[in-house]
Design a binder for this molecule. Structure first.
Ligand code: PMP
Length: 410
């Protein structure tokens, strides 16, 4: 594959030209949120300037245009992740977290009961872990967790022990936002299906960075966020198999999601609208459509290769230091473009703060995976995460900034 013309791509992200205190910004917090591509901002601005109106097919011209754009965005995003059902399999939410909650409430509250098990992994983000914990508590179901091994991969033997005929739902993260592990999700889905359980895959860290085909994975539900894929905040996605979404009851109610309402009762509109009550994120959907066009034109396999190359370079440079503990698998096909680590002598928060003095933006904390950090035996970790516009020079800047931190604390 031809590598990315990063210098050219960086022109699409003017924020990257910023200098902080005279130092060029080095943005390595992409797992939290990526920068927004100019074509995305342009598409949203065009919507607000030319055809801003509420959707649900008002009679007037602007509403027609906005409705068509909003509906087509569903089809385009569905196509991007390999969902052949188009809009009938693609619900727009606020973010991955809301997508998780939608399934947990709409499906879980009705389907789960005492004796049922929800199987998660030890590397779940709080978005799924806390949500399923709560639903389990309310329904009398139990949560169990597939362990990770010492390399930061899932213990698949343990997965086969955890997933049984009592399992109703397997909820697993596709790519860990803390370890960078790329999980064998289609294998997990197969095990779930062997036991007549459903599988929910959290793809928040996968869809932005690699080709994803929800049908090849055979996931029943698959969630991701616009703001982690060069798109806008305020929009998330939930893919679901058409027959499941058809059968599911909504959990949020209001306008735009109904078919017929009387003083006594109401019936629901078609999927996805029955899960999208109220005025939806219209400009954001237009922006996400543009983001998907943008990413696809670059090529998801090239984006993946670029990020993996950077992560491997970062991994090697950090591993060579001797006083840095790196979490997750060694570079390879089951490791994504982020590196979580700790410097022996410096707390992750202090490290991030000193990096900030060098205009290097990384994240420090528990990354919404507190139980995983307990498992790793640390309270916090530092994380550098890469995207299509990052360079090897920025990895060097990261290592230099770590060096200054080490000297400061020596
Ligand atoms: N799951 C994973 C793996 C994530 O990395 C994140 C974002 N940190 C989320 C879920 C939640 O995404 P959002 O904040 O967009 O809901």
């Amino acid at each position: 594959l031809e590598s990315l013309d990063v210098e050219r791509l960086r022109e699409d992200f003017p924020i990257l030209e910023r200098e902080l205190d005279g130092k060029p910004l080095v943005y390595l917090d992409n797992a939290a949120t990526t920068q927004t591509a100019d074509p995305v901002v342009d598409a949203m601005s065009d919507y607000y300037r030319r055809y801003n109106a509420n959707v649900h097919r008002g009679i007037h011209h602007l509403s027609q245009e906005a409705s068509i754009a909003y509906e087509e965005a569903h089809d385009r995003v569905a196509e991007f992740v390999g969902a052949s059902g188009g809009r009938e399999e693609m619900i727009f939410t606020k973010n991955t977290t809301e997508s998780e909650n939608l399934v947990a409430y709409a499906w879980g509250m009705r389907e789960l009961g005492p004796g049922d098990e929800v199987v998660l992994t030890e590397m779940e983000h709080h978005a799924s872990l806390v949500t399923w914990q709560q639903i389990a508590e309310r329904t009398g179901a139990d949560c169990t967790y597939i362990q990770i091994d010492e390399t930061g991969r899932l213990d698949m033997d343990h997965a086969r022990e955890c997933i049984t005929d009592d399992t109703a739902m397997v909820s697993a993260v596709h790519v860990s936002n803390t370890l960078g592990t790329v999980n064998p999700v289609s294998e997990l889905v197969d095990i779930a299906h062997d036991h007549d359980a459903l599988a929910f895959i959290d793809g928040a860290q996968a869809v932005p960075n690699r080709p994803v085909d929800v049908e090849a994975i055979d996931a029943d539900f698959y969630a991701f966020s616009g703001h982690k894929m060069a798109g806008p905040t305020g929009i998330g996605c939930l893919y679901g198999k058409a027959h499941l979404l058809e059968e599911m009851e909504p959990y949020l109610y209001g306008g735009g999601m109904i078919r017929k309402v009387t003083f006594e009762e109401s019936t629901w509109g078609d999927v996805p609208w029955k899960f999208e009550p109220g005025t939806p994120p219209i400009a954001e959907a237009v922006g996400l459509h543009a983001a998907v066009d943008y990413l696809e034109e670059i090529g998801m396999d090239r984006i993946r290769d670029h990020e993996e190359e950077l992560a491997e370079y970062a991994y090697e440079r950090l591993a060579a230091e001797g006083d840095i503990e790196i979490y997750g698998p060694e570079p390879g096909p089951d490791r994504s473009g982020l590196v979580g680590f700790n410097l022996e002598s410096v707390h992750a928060h202090d490290l991030a703060s000193i990096m900030n003095d060098h205009a290097v933006a990384i994240r420090a904390g528990d990354h919404c995976t507190q139980p995983l950090h307990d498992r790793l035996g640390v309270a916090a970790s530092a994380r550098a995460s890469f995207y299509l516009y990052n360079t090897r020079e920025e990895v060097d800047a990261l290592v230099d900034a770590i060096d200054s931190a080490r000297q400061l604390f020596a």
